[in-house]
Unconditional design. Sequence first.
Lengths: 130, 278
Amino acid sequence: MTFRRELDEQKLENLIAQLLRAGVVASALVVIAGAVFYLGTHPRSWVDFRTFRGEPEELKTVHGIVSCAFSGQARCIMQLGLLLLIATPVARVIFSAVAFTIEGDRMYLLFTLIVLAVLLYSLFGSFLTA
Amino acid sequence: MNVLEFTFLVWAGSLVAGFLGALTGLGGGVVLVPLLTIFFHVDLRYAIGASLVSVIATSSGSAAAYVKEGFSNIRIGMFLEIATTLGALLGAYLTAKVPASAIAIIFGVMLVYSAYVSRRTRPRTEVEAPPDPLATKLNMNGTFPDTSGLRSYNVYRVPTGFGVMLGAGTLSGLLGIGSGALKVVAMDQAMRIPFKVSTTTSNFMIGVTAAASAGVYLSRGYIDPGLAMPVMLGVLIGSLMGTRVLVKTQTKLLRLVFSGVIVLLGLEMLFKGFTGGF
């Protein structure tokens, strides 16, 4: 019984790992696309990361990044790729929640939902406080 | 430096860091922040933001390789992620409160410590004690594939492990690193989970932990695409190359050299932290 459960979980884990890898590849491609555009438009301008200035609003929130990226700005496209990357572990946790639901494991479903809540708070919390 | 030169040099440096990190098992993220701050004069907050993003990339990117081996324990991982994600949130908030020099000092200590941990052989007496009743209740005891089929194991000292994980998560959020070394210590030493199960479960926890602080970093403007782009692409490609050659090479000398580099970077961070270089 437990042996059988381990096998099924193994299959599911494999599937999740493939999805994670697909997520990383997809986000890397978006970042590369933005990078080509970014390096192509102003390759000779100077960079300075010595002093911290923070990022403009459109690079700080999920909503801002998405709408700015679709307006075609190179830096926003790269940021969208990075946002996709940050979202891959979130997707992983959601899949785990589905898996625990199917297995009927309520205790672990609860644990997973707590982790998911923390992640979503981190990503969207700025909306709540702003 | 102009955009083209800066991007290429940061990319190349991150590639080497990711490659050596994966090859030696010491993690590439840990040298990224010193690399960016000491050699590229990047502000500590931008460096931490870029490093954290690359941590997610390597964790998610290598998950497939780890899962195939069938060692990771998803229940242990998920339960402990409650601790690491809450810690990560706390750490990410602390980054804004704690002065940069203090972060540099903590970072230096962390670097020296992680090099020390990797050198130490782990004297562990195998005891046949009954498992922690809490572990049994939480359904954590599991099996993993061994040469002689499936081997079962028990989990001990769950509250201690949970506590260490809270600390590991806080460090991860504060310093923008995966803090894999500390996660493995919690599982392997405190909870007595078999080493292979500890390392693989730790890998999948690292990405989720980092994502918890990444959201806060993003909203605080620590993640700059112009810097995070070459770092993330470099570390990702480097670490994938590193895991490919991992099995084929004799890494003992390389580990020693890389540990030495980590110690030197740690001392440099400590020095700059104490002399107000940040």
